[in-house]
Design a protein around this ligand. Structure first.
Ligand code: UD1
Ligand code: PEP
Length: 439
């Protein structure tokens, strides 16, 4: 067990390169199961969630060959119909359920243990099951696991209409449809950058997909998919986290090699919170020393930030937006529309001095700017952990953050990368000695 010890109050400045998108890498790794050919995946973030997915793949019989720090070659030629999804590893990540689509399509059956993931509210699996049913599969429960079976002769191309634009259900439906001959239509599909990235990989493997980036995709599936080499796109959630960090500490940051199309809504919403950023080619620049002030709506009305399915503001950045708002003059209502427990972590920011009123489980009214001071806090989930870390970086004094395994689930070597920007942060074993050089 480890904790972060942070001495705050230093502007973080310099250049940083974002890691590959966690939520793209996970389905892209799972898609390797769709083919017996080798797939090479580059720009894989080295985080705990991708480690867990790769462990699951190895336990299924996929050969895993790291060819570089972020490049892995996977070959699922040895996976058989009786391969088992390991329940102990599956419960570590929500994305373990992404193996359902590939296994069902390739072998006609999948036995799926309950997935894990962030405890941020109720997380339905119904859209996944609905999609598989629309392709002819049947499901039942045995020993707490979901058993999926394709009809004799395999899945049938069909008309899938999501009851909500679920990200992972769209990904499962896409993977299953790509290996099902005929045309499948997915309506009310999710279209997040990670969904698009997976769809592009499936095209490289031999499927034809029309409508990538929209909420209706038409997939011409094939009986056999081939190998490919695929680069995972940059993580827009990590980029948003770095932007907020620069704004909150007053530093100047250049974020390299972004995908500007993924940043439009994030830049717009952060601008509303007073944080200006601009593009320089593919790089995103956050100027230093900004005096943050929330922009009121026309007519002087209170500003609001609300998340939603893409291209709306990403749910995974709402915790970060709350942290940023604490350092911006004025008042803003943050409405986390999707997950009913995601805002509970704000009590940690309040304990550090933030002025946040929780109106109900989905709404927080943040009034800034308030000085923050150091505390001992736990990280309840990946993004709340990052929000608390951002608060610690601009707080006065020494903050200790426990349960940093949560942060490590989604952010690669975050302490090392923040140190390179000037942060005074150390990773120390729990009950270990005080870090050298820290105040
Ligand atoms: C591994 C991965 O990719 N995880 C992401 C994925 O999770 P995941 O795919 O599990 O999330 P879903 O898109 O299914 O949405 C999560 C929950 O939000 C609710 N919901 C969602 C859409 C909607 O239109 N109405 C609605 O009510 C549902 O209760 C649903 O269970 O997408 C979430 C929403 O972007 C992100 O927070 C997660 O980081
Ligand atoms: C909620 C998240 O991840 P997961 O769906 O894997 O729990 C996240 O990335 O913020």
């Amino acid at each position: 067990m480890e904790k972060f010890v942070i001495d705050g109050g230093v502007p973080l400045s310099g250049t940083v390169t974002p890691a590959g998108n966690k939520n793209a890498a996970l389905p892209i790794l799972a898609a390797s199961v769709l083919t017996a050919a080798e797939v090479v995946i580059r720009n894989v973030p080295r985080i705990r969630d991708t480690e867990a997915m790769i462990e699951l793949l190895e336990l299924l019989g996929v050969t895993v060959d790291w060819r570089g720090e972020h490049e892995v070659a996977l070959c699922a030629a040895g996976v058989t119909a009786d391969a088992v999804v390991d329940p102990d590893v599956a419960e570590k990540i929500r994305a373990s359920f992404l193996l359902a689509g590939p296994l069902l399509a390739r072998f006609g059956a999948a036995v799926m243990p309950p997935p894990g993931g962030d405890v941020i509210g109720r997380r339905r699996l119904d859209p996944h099951l609905d999609a598989f049913r629309a392709l002819g599969a049947r499901d039942s429960i045995a020993d707490g696991q979901i058993v999926l079976r394709a009809p004799v002769g395999g899945l049938r191309a069909g008309d899938v209409f999501m009851d909500e634009p679920s990200v992972m259900a769209t990904e499962n439906a896409l993977m299953a449809a790509a290996l099902t001959p005929g045309e499948t239509i997915i309506g009310n599909a999710a279209s997040e950058p990670h969904v698009q990235d997976l769809a592009r990989m499936l095209v490289h493997m031999g499927a034809r997909i029309i409508g990538i980036g929209s909420n209706v995709m038409r997939i011409s599936g094939v009986a056999e998919l081939g190998g490919c080499t695929h680069d995972v796109g940059p993580d827009h959630i990590e980029i948003g986290s770095f932007m907020a960090m620069a704004g909150m500490t007053g530093g100047e940051l250049r974020i390299k090699d972004t995908d500007p199309g993924d940043l439009r809504m994030i830049m717009l919403v952060f601008e509303r919170l007073g944080l200006h950023s601009e593009l320089d080619g593919l790089d995103l620049l956050v100027p230093g020393g900004q005096d943050l002030a929330v922009a009121r709506d026309h007519g002087g009305h209170t500003a609001k930030v609300q998340d939603g399915p893409w291209p709306q503001f990403p749910a995974d950045l709402t915790s970060i937006a709350v942290a940023l708002a604490t350092q911006s003059r004025g008042q803003v209502l943050i409405h986390e529309w999707m997950f009913e427990s995601r805002l509970f972590f704000t009590d940690k920011l309040v304990s550090m001095g933030a002025n946040i009123l929780i109106a109900d489980p989905h709404r927080a009214l943040v009034t800034g700017k308030t000085p923050l001071s150091a505390q001992r806090v736990e990280s309840p989930d990946i993004r709340a952990g990052m929000a608390v870390l951002l608060a610690a970086l601009c707080a006065d004094g020494r903050t200790e953050i426990g349960n940093i395994r949560q942060i490590d689930r989604g952010y690669e070597r975050i302490d090392e990368r923040l140190r390179a920007l000037g942060a005074r942060i150390e990773r120390v074993p729990i009950d270990g000695p005080s870090p050298v050089g820290a105040r």
